[in-house]
Structure formats: C-alpha cells, structure tokens
Design a protein around this ligand. Structure first.
Ligand code: GSH
Length: 213
C-alpha cells in the first residue's frame, strides 16, 4: 500500500497542527522531515510555493495546513460532538484570527530583526491582548472550549506555544491569562504533543522511509 507523503518541519506550528490531525485520525503517512533552508526538490516539484506542511496524495497535493486538517477529518471526524453546534463559528473565527492578526504580530515580535522599523513590544502587547480576549471565552476543563480536544486546540496552541517560547519567564508571569497558561501546559504535557514532536531524521532521497504516526 502506498501511504500519503507528508513533508514536515518539526518546529513549524502549521506542520504541527497538520501532524496532530493526522495522528488523531490515525492517518498513516510517510513523513519527510525537511529543513526550510534546504527544501527537497521533490517537495518543490509538488508544491512550488515552498511552505510546509505538504501532503502528497495519489491524485492530489494539499499544501495548506487547514486543508490537511479538513482532509483528515473528512474520513474520520474525531472532533464530531466535542463542542456544541453553536461553537463551530466561534472555532473557525478564532482560527482565522490566530492565522492572521496573531501570527502577524507574533512574527514581528519574535523575529523583530527581520523587519524594518519594528516596535517589538507593541507587537508583543497586541498578541497579549488577543490572548486576554480569548481568556474570557475559554473553559476550565482542560481544553479551550471544554473537556475534549477540538480543531481549535490543535490549530492555535502551537502558535501560543511559540509566543510563550519568545519570553517564557514573562509569559508565565502574566496574570490575565491564567486559564490559557493552564491549557497550554496541559497541551505541552499531553501524549499527543509529545508524539507529534518526535524527532525524525531529516529526509534524504535514498534513506529508508520513516512513518508517522
Ligand atoms: N498557510 C500555510 C503557511 C505555512 C508556512 O508558512 N510554513 C512555514 C514554516 S512555519 C514555511 O514553510 N515557510 C517557508 C520558509 O520559511 O521558507 C499553511 O497553513 O500551511
């Protein structure tokens, strides 16, 4: 049997969310760990835009993380029933907010040297404001919207983790996001997170294939 091929990079939050969806739906893939400064030609041939994750199926290439999640869920919607029906729009709106405004500010805070005329602290504050707003919506039951993991958790927690990593001491001291800190620690401590952070060897053309999950 031919498995889908997943081009991935361990620390990329988009690749992380895709790996979590594939793991949770038990979708076995050949995983090809890449380095962004040395992307394999085979990946670029399939997806010239050159971002990870890329999922190569028999007849289709999916090179947007949200589309990979939807593809994985289409055959096995493990999140079905994990949130109330009226939380579906909220979930999608929050994913959109994190992919746009939060990510925009996160990049300018975390990678400030890559931009000109940047006020790093302003962008840090913008991210914090988004988290404070989120704090008012979250559950106290382990995951963002309740006791069960949902698409929202796998989609945005990798970005909140990145925000924390930029200044761990400061993040852990913020007392307006206590609920988010708790959910993030629950996530970082989960088997799911540990399993999707397994360190695969960087892919080389003639090496033995490695499989995920
Ligand atoms: N919208 C894309 C974004 C993916 C993305 O930007 N991935 C980054 C790594 S985190 C990347 O591959 N960047 C290309 C590069 O740095 O060369 C998705 O959701 O899959």
């Amino acid at each position: 049997m031919e498995y889908p091929i997943l081009y991935s990079f361990i620390r990329c939050p988009y690749a992380m969310r895709a790996r979590m969806a594939l793991k949770l739906t038990n979708t076995k893939c050949e995983i090809r760990e890449v380095r962004l400064n040395n992307k394999p030609k085979q990946m670029i041939d399939k997806s010239p835009k050159g971002t990870v994750p890329v999922l190569v199926l028999q007849k289709e290439v999916i090179d947007e993380s949200n589309d990979i999640i939807e593809w994985a869920l289409s055959s096995n919607n493990i999140f079905d029933g994990n949130i109330d029906h009226d939380q579906i729009d909220l979930t999608n709106n929050l994913i959109e907010l994190f992919d746009s405004k939060f990510k925009y500010n996160l990049d300018r805070y975390k990678y400030a040297t890559r931009y000109e005329n940047i006020n790093k602290d302003k962008h840090k504050k913008e991210c914090l404001e988004i988290l404070i707003n989120l704090e008012n919506l979250i559950s106290n039951e382990g995951w963002i919207l309740g006791s069960k993991i949902n698409k929202l958790d796998i989609s945005i927690l990798p970005f909140i983790r990145q925000f924390r990593i930029a200044d761990i001491e400061w993040f852990d001291k913020q007392n307006k996001i206590k609920g988010i800190q708790k959910i993030l620690f629950n996530f970082l401590d989960s088997n799911l997170f540990k399993e999707v952070m397994y360190k695969y060897d960087v892919w080389e053309e003639n090496a033995e294939p490695q499989f995920f999950p």
